[in-house]
Ligand binder design. Structure first.
Ligand code: S3P
Length: 433
């Protein structure tokens, strides 16, 4: 599906941003491993999260959608050998976290995914999980899906420092550690998103975590997981598209309520504020360890900055839309120390630069990032490739709203990976200036 966007639009409304993707995945996984019945409100029914539901149904978990809630009947870590290959589709989070969970199960299973997922490295999880005693076989190509996994009920605990901060790798190791025979210690620097730790603590698992001198440590003791009730807040990674829309379009403002404000996720707000953005946060509350609140953003004159390398894990998914904001800023924005972008749903250094260039922006690739020279006056409408990457499609759509003329976003349907009704919301919440 291609989407045409008539540019020079503005926004002046509240936007109901969909629920958080990371938390939605984890709610199904932790619900499935728990003892008892977990109730999930505001689950994100996006393609990625549906892939997680399907995998867990194939592993024998009873998952039912009842009056807008999801009811998960936990198996207390006793999953069933799947009758078919587990298809993680486009979802790295499903794959990597599942590899950790399946390491605790004695049966054999096979995981696969779509052509993009099959290009994403998996040794970063299989290597430490093998040290714990799980067995993996790459069925086509070393490091990539499809992978056969055979777990064990006698996993060894692990002491492991992540070479690159990653919530997916950390979470996989935490899940496996819950069933290891002793205390595991996992370290990373700087800290990546900690939803797994927070949700497991809420579910009664024996987990401690702290930060000292820039190093984040998680200590896990073998634990049982209790069922929980969870109401999932809106996803700041999805909200980011509408925040930037309001910042770069004249006479605009947007309000996003009920949004996740976990400090490991709010890097985009901090970085945009450093660029001069008018963003306010209000009504913050703590919901079982997770901060949630209201975000208000207004049109702003942005200026280019050098992004601090310690902020990279906190903005890793928002870099395509941050780059759009930078194209409208005055001066140069540098984002480096971000080679992880090369192994996301697409090579996001390449695809972000290509997308910006289609609109006439002045930008180039660095080995580990990108540089954007603000050039508001040069930007024009374009026919843009999304490279079937949801965040590139949505970032391009926001850019298309701000420039003069009609743009076309190719293969725009991939937005549903994380934001199922993105185009309905975009067209109903904006109008031509
Ligand atoms: C995610 C972690 C991040 C992020 C991804 C979601 C998660 O990946 O890019 O979209 O839910 O754990 P890494 O942890 O591999 O950086």
């Amino acid at each position: 599906m291609n989407v045409k966007i008539d540019g020079r639009r503005k926004i002046n409304s509240n936007v109901a941003v969909p629920s958080d993707k990371s938390i939605s995945h984890r709610s199904i996984m932790i619900g499935s491993l728990a003892k008892g019945v977990t109730e999930i409100e505001n689950f994100l029914f996006s393609d990625d999260c549906l892939a997680t539901i399907n995998c867990f149904k194939n592993l024998g978990t009873d998952i039912e959608i009842r009056n807008d809630k999801i009811i998960v009947k936990g198996n207390d870590f006793n999953l069933f050998a799947p009758k078919q290959i587990l298809d993680c589709q486009n979802s790295g989070t499903t794959t990597r976290l599942l590899l950790g969970i399946l390491s605790t199960q004695e049966f054999e299973s096979i995981l696969t995914g779509d052509s993009s997922l099959k290009k994403r490295p998996m040794k970063r999880v299989t290597l430490p999980l093998s040290q714990m005693g799980a067995e993996f076989e790459f069925l086509e190509k070393e490091d990539f899906l499809p992978i056969k996994v055979k777990g064990s009920k006698k996993l060894k605990p692990i002491e492991y420092t992540l070479p690159i901060p990653s919530a997916q790798v950390k979470s996989a190791l935490i899940f496996a550690s819950l069933r290891a025979e002793g205390k595991s210690v996992i370290k990373e620097s700087p800290k990546s998103r900690d939803h797994t730790e927070l949700m497991l603590k809420h579910a009664g698992a024996n987990i401690k975590s702290w930060e000292e001198d820039g190093v984040y440590t998680v200590e896990i003791l073998p634990s049982q997981v209790s069922s929980i009730k969870i109401k999932i807040p809106s996803d700041i990674s999805s909200a980011a598209f509408f925040i930037v829309l309001a910042l770069i379009c004249e006479g605009s403002s947007v309000v996003i309520e009920n949004c996740i404000l976990n400090p490991t996720r709010t890097g985009i707000i901090d970085v945009l504020k450093q660029m001069g953005a008018d963003i306010r946060i209000e009504d913050v509350e703590n919901r079982n360890g997770e901060l949630v609140g209201k975000i208000i953003a207004r049109s702003s004159n942005l200026k280019g900055i050098k992004v601090d390398k310690n902020d990279i894990p906190r903005i890793i998914d928002e870099i395509p839309i941050l780059a759009v904001a930078a194209a409208f800023a005055e001066g140069k924005t540098t984002i480096d120390n971000a080679s992880e972008l090369r192994v996301k749903e697409s090579d996001r250094i390449k695809t972000t630069v290509q997308m910006l260039k289609s609109f006439g922006a002045d930008c180039y690739e660095l080995e580990d990032g990108l540089e954007i020279i603000g050039s508001r006056e040069k930007l024009k409408s374009a026919v843009v490739n999304s490279y079937k990457d949801h965040r590139i499609a949505m970032a391009a759509s926001i850019m298309a709203c701000a420039v003069e003329g009609e743009s076309t976003i190719l293969d725009a349907e991939c937005a549903s990976i994380s934001f199922p009704n993105f185009y309905d919301i975009l067209f109903s919440s904006t109008k031509k200036i």
